[in-house]
Design a protein around this ligand. Sequence first.
Ligand SMILES: Cc1cc2nc3c(=O)[nH]c(=O)nc-3n(C[C@H](O)[C@H](O)[C@H](O)COP(=O)(O)O)c2cc1C
Ligand SMILES: [Mn+2]
Length: 496
Amino acid sequence: MIPTVRNVDSGESGTRGQSRDMRSWIAELEAAHELIRVDKPVDPLTEMGALLYQCRERALLFESLPHGWRALAQAPANVRQAALAFGAREDTVVPLVAERMGARIAPIIVADGPVKEIKRSGGTFDLGELPVHIAGQRDGGPVIGSGLVVTKDPDTGQRNVSFHRLQIKGPNQSGILLYPRHAWRNYLKYEARNEPMPVAVFIGHHPLYYAAASTTAAYGVDEFEIAGGFLGHPVRLVRCETVDLEVPADAEIVLEGHIPPHIREEEGPFSEFQDYYVTGAGKNPVVEYQYMTRRHDAIFKNLQNGSEMEGCVFHKIPMSATIYRRLKDVGGGPNLHNVMALPGIFGLAIQMTPRYYGEAKNLLMAALSSEYQHPKVAIAVDADVDIFNPAELLWALSTRVNPQQDVVIIPETHNHAMDAALPELGAPGTALWQRLGSKMLIDATIPPPADAPARALFERIRPRNPHLRLEDFAAEESLPLVRALPERYFGSRLLE
Ligand SMILES: Cc1cc2nc3c(=O)[nH]c(=O)nc-3n(C[C@H](O)[C@H](O)[C@H](O)COP(=O)(O)O)c2cc1C
Ligand SMILES: [Mn+2]
């Protein structure tokens, strides 16, 4: 257990040297040849979304945006890049994050920080001058997708940090989508008192802050403690100027504001994580901003949503790690290898070696009823199936499943309210907003090792001499083609 440090003012010394921020992340990406610089002018409203849409492999640093802004986006562009941020590999990042979730470190309060270099009160800043982009053709307007929203429970003072889409509506106003979870719960408490809810939004920081904010923990858990556990050092916080909230000292930009009670305005549509537009759109609350602080040379952070975009990477890692933690205990410790959310986030692949017949179904039931509301389909496969290769997953589904025995459908479950395939009850911005759907588990595992003869029927094809490599045999002029062959192909993991 890493020791917990509480509210110590470390001034300029202390943890400063080891703290990681968006600057250190940009340097890290560049050193790993993971960053593309875009030096031509780009219009965030009409051009940026298309460039991000095309760039699923590398991060983008926009160097010539309106009003002199620079911005980082698609960083992490995929799970592989997220693994880099955690110092892991694609196939080791989830077990590692699951472990770090158990090592929370309380933040510290410092007197000052880079995010306070410039201070602007209401009327002296205009959200319209930030390089906020429009992602999809049908989006309702420019949306800050990278704003991490800090709120407090008015009864206990417990802090919460979460992602919320913020559609720009004026120089100092945005919409906000408050999905029925912790910030919404805090808002309902303020609304019951007929008081505005103070909020602080920070934009631009190391991706581990974003991963922490998208972790669904218990109500009352401070996501800055989760960020500390991910980072391995306490988060440095500074106090806000106009609200009783704290924000990271090393963020790029902070907006201070409040959500007035009982106000709902049209919001959305927005390019959402499942790759559809309309979910969540309707009458949603608004945020009014009265103060902005930022670094003197602040770099903006754009974040594009949609399936297999940056936004879904921030969903996938904490969701998979939280469910991995949960499954680790099912039935007294299964032989669990990995968990990964599938594209669209409503599905999960569970990689395990069953100890007993039927054990996979026990894990799948747990996976479908965790802290997360999203998972609707859960698939269990053995260790030989590369869960990062969709072809292998689909192959396991078609060759290792006897549908009448291996597929179970649980009717009439509470599902994620933004799953467009399910009937919607209530509406966004109201107390009864949900989807009453169903769940499906698919056991695509093979017989357990304890039943060796039955398991042997599923021994996979491997070539003789699997260590041989084509580049040692190919003609000199063909080597560029050989080196351009994809590293991942059907069965590639079996040759490792
Ligand atoms: C990229 C991204 C965008 C998100 N956008 C929203 C949003 O607009 N509204 C919302 O309520 N939750 C949104 N979420 C989900 C929450 O931030 C996330 O589930 C978080 O865990 C909720 O925090 P909580 O558990 O403290 O309520 C988003 C998550 C990610 C990763
Ligand atoms: Mn929370």
